[in-house]
Write a protein that binds this ligand. Structure first.
Ligand code: NAG
Ligand code: NAG
Ligand code: NAG
Ligand code: NAG
Ligand code: NAG
Ligand code: NAG
Length: 254
């Protein structure tokens, strides 16, 4: 019953509404939650926000194992329950699966959370192709620049990583309110919202999996899309370039 008490504590934390990732509703859908810290996991849960409050979907505990609520048992599973990857896979989804989900991981000394929003597929904007391509080596720091002129008028900038079926929030930077990093980028994204350097985002220690499309949004609806390729440290060229990036790559390498 300690287990339940612990769960209630976790549920009470569900006050945060900053969305860390936006995922398209698809018939077979993954909600990614990869714990980035090194401290061991005490317990974790996935809960969904519903009209009347919160609904537990699944709980995973190193000793007690995995529990999936009856309502979800037949169509939800942990992709990889044995590791720090606590991503959930849904099959046979319906419109009722849209909404806000919270992946909450407790470790000695704190809680790490990620809020994932599932939205209608057609409300998802496809990334615009870009020719502005940054190439960097694995292990380095990359600097991405949002091309607005610093000097006062831009009040808020939002950085996102765009994938085929989802969008990850890197940071929301509001000149008067400060910054909020997305859960997956807390440890290695850096932006200085307080100065006129707010148009520069640094991502530290990049790896091949950071290759992809990035976007900054500012002044309400203005956007700038850029692509990043992280090559292996040995200078052997590109390692992995997904989907949309491939076309750009072909043009740039000739
Ligand atoms: C599960 O996690 C392990 C260790 O992180 C990893 O090697 C393996 O590829 C993962 N499996 C899946 C299906 O993601
Ligand atoms: C493309 O990226 C480079 C490096 O970040 C930047 O200096 C340049 O202004 C960008 N070009 C456009 C059109 O945004
Ligand atoms: C990346 O940035 C961090 C923080 O500024 C710094 O400590 C580190 O040395 C940088 N790494 C490289 C490869 O430049
Ligand atoms: C930044 O935060 C302030 C204070 O909460 C808010 O009034 C303003 O609308 C925000 N800026 C933008 C561009 O949303
Ligand atoms: C960079 O990432 C590698 C692999 O994920 C990790 O082993 C290393 O400790 C990281 N370095 C820093 C400075 O964060
Ligand atoms: C941005 O919003 C303003 C005001 O709603 C509108 O006039 C303008 O056309 C929009 N710009 C773009 C590029 O959508």
């Amino acid at each position: 019953m300690d287990y339940l008490a612990c769960l209630i504590v976790v549920l009470q934390l569900y006050e945060r509404r900053f969305v860390d990732a936006t995922v398209k509703l698809t018939n077979n859908m993954n909600l990614e939650c990869i714990y980035p810290k090194t401290a061991g996991i005490t317990q974790m849960s996935w809960v969904k926000s519903i009209a009347t409050g919160k609904e537990t979907i699944a709980v995973s505990h190193p000793l007690y194992g995995v529990h999936i609520e009856d309502k979800y048992k037949d169509r939800v599973r942990f992709i990889n329950a044995s590791s720090r990857d606590k991503s959930l896979n849904f099959i046979k989804t319906t419109e009722a699966d849209m909404g806000l989900y919270l992946c909450s991981i407790t470790f000695p000394g704190g809680v790490w959370e990620k809020v994932v929003q599932v939205i209608q597929p057609d409300s998802f904007l496809a990334p615009v192709l870009t020719t502005n391509h940054t190439i960097t080596e694995s292990g380095g720091n990359v600097t991405l620049r949002c091309p607005y002129s610093v000097g006062g008028l831009v009040q808020q900038v939002m950085w996102e990583r765009i994938k085929v079926d989802r969008m990850d929030t890197i940071v929301l930077c509001n000149l008067s309110e400060g910054k909020t990093y997305g859960s997956d980028y807390q440890e290695r994204a850096m932006i200085d919202c307080a100065t006129q350097e707010s148009n520069i985002l640094v991502i530290q220690n990049v790896t091949a999996s950071d290759s992809g499309i990035y976007r900054c949004r500012y002044d309400g609806n203005k956007t700038h899309v850029m692509s990043l390729t992280v090559s292996s440290g040995k200078g052997a060229g590109t390692v992995f370039i997904a989907g949309v990036l491939r076309a750009i790559e072909a043009n740039c390498q000739s």
